[in-house]
Write a protein that binds this ligand. Structure first.
Ligand code: KG4
Ligand code: ZN
Length: 376
């Protein structure tokens, strides 16, 4: 390994978090995340124009904080890494503009990073012998992606399967919306599911017998919606007294489909939905684990925090003698620049690394909102 780049300043503005980090080889020196969740919450989802404006307002301060916390100055940084996609085009542009500016001003290379490669390798942060973990099965589960990827080595990937419609996190968010649990809905649905009975409702497990490794979540979401409407029809006397017992942080919004259903029924829907959502994915993961001899499973993305999914993966890993790797201490599940810095550092180990050195190369970098992981 001919490592030239050791210390990297990384930037991620792919969605609604403004993040900057400093990594040194596979270690994270700092990781600053300025979340916009509160600002987008009242709109029920991410508003691209607002995301851009907030990234622009915060980027300088977030970069300065990341450098400060790492104890490194820009003169000590060997390269800048930045998310080029996938993500919201006008949000990505903010990080890319800042990264270009810094790389040119300090005369250092710019490494464009695929955000999904960041999530994919986030469980390997801090692991010295990461090359020993391949071939690996990458399980990428977020609000925008559900992908199963065969990783032969850094830079050599095969997309085994993906969602044909909604991402798994999107399904959690949409169900949360139907149930009036706010945005982002995954954590609220998972929390309520703890007090629910997963056997209450029999929601469909899509694409069970298709023989491939693709999944689909739009049918499950629709089944939840129809079940809620059916239950409301049966339950025409609205039981508002239940609302007093909602926990802080999981309070229903004013207008939502499930308004009138009691809290226990909503918890039962959450538990039954969660079990179906996880089983849908697990069927395909089990299929992949049968077909290939994986040494490890790399679990990445926001939905990787789901305890039921983690539990099912642990069981599978144990039974097939595969190592399950999840992002360290729960820190790198959600969007963050540390994983972008680490993926940027890994770039130099690929057979043909994409590292931009001249001002002309750096200036020509454009965002790629629809970027997809393929063999590189
Ligand atoms: O990776 P991420 O931070 O952002 C991108 O989509 O790139 O993932 C966010 C997604 C949201 O859909 C959120 O609802 C979901 O992760 N999520 C969860 C849980 N925590 C977050 N879904 C299920 N169970 C959870 N505990
Ligand atoms: Zn992400």
């Amino acid at each position: 390994m001919n490592v030239k780049i050791n210390t990297i300043l990384a930037i991620d503005t792919s969605c609604d978090d403004t993040s900057a980090a400093v990594v040194q080889e596979n270690r994270v020196l700092s990781n600053v995340i300025s979340s916009q969740v509160e600002e987008h919450k009242e709109w029920g989802g991410v508003v691209p124009g607002l995301a851009r404006k907030l990234h622009e307002e915060r980027i300088d301060e977030v970069v300065a904080m990341a450098l400060d916390k790492s104890g490194k100055s820009l003169q000590e940084v060997d390269a800048v890494a930045v998310t080029k996609g996938p993500g919201l085009a006008i949000a990505l542009e903010v990080g890319i503009k800042k990264a270009k500016e810094l790389a040119i001003r300090f005369g250092i290379p710019l490494i464009p990073v695929d955000h999904m490669e960041g999530h994919l390798f986030s469980p390997l942060i801090g692991i010295e012998d990461f090359n020993e973990k391949f071939p690996a099965l990458g399980v990428l589960v977020s609000g925008g992606h559900t992908e199963l990827i065969k990783v032969e080595r850094v830079g050599d990937y095969e997309l085994l399967g993906e969602t044909l419609d909604d991402a798994i996190g999107e399904a959690f968010d949409k169900v949360a919306k139907i149930l009036g649990l706010g945005y982002p809905g995954g954590p609220a649905v998972a929390k309520l599911a703890e007090g629910g009975d997963e056997g209450s409702f029999d929601f469909p497990i899509s694409m069970k017998n298709t023989g491939d490794m693709n999944v689909s979540y739009s049918g499950l979401k629709t089944a939840v919606l129809y079940k809620v409407r059916e239950l409301k029809g049966e339950n025409s006397v609205q039981n508002r007294s239940n609302q007093a017992s909602w926990e802080e942080g999981i309070k229903p919004e004013r207008a939502f489909e499930a308004d009138g259903l009691d809290r226990q029924t909503i918890a039962d829907i959450c538990a039954s939905f969660q079990v179906a959502a996880v089983e849908t994915l697990m069927n395909k993961i089990k299929h992949a684990a049968k077909l290939y001899d994986f040494k490890s499973i790399l679990l990445g993305g926001g939905v990787a925090q789901n305890k039921l999914l983690q539990g099912e993966l642990k069981k599978l890993a144990h039974s097939r003698n595969i190592e399950l790797l999840i992002p360290g201490n729960g820190k790198f599940f959600m969007d963050n620049a540390a994983m972008i810095g680490f993926a940027g550092w890994l770039e130099q180990f690929k057979s043909s690394p994409n590292i931009l050195e001249t001002d002309e190369q750096i200036n020509s970098l454009d965002r790629d909102p629809g970027l997809r992981i393929t063999s590189k």
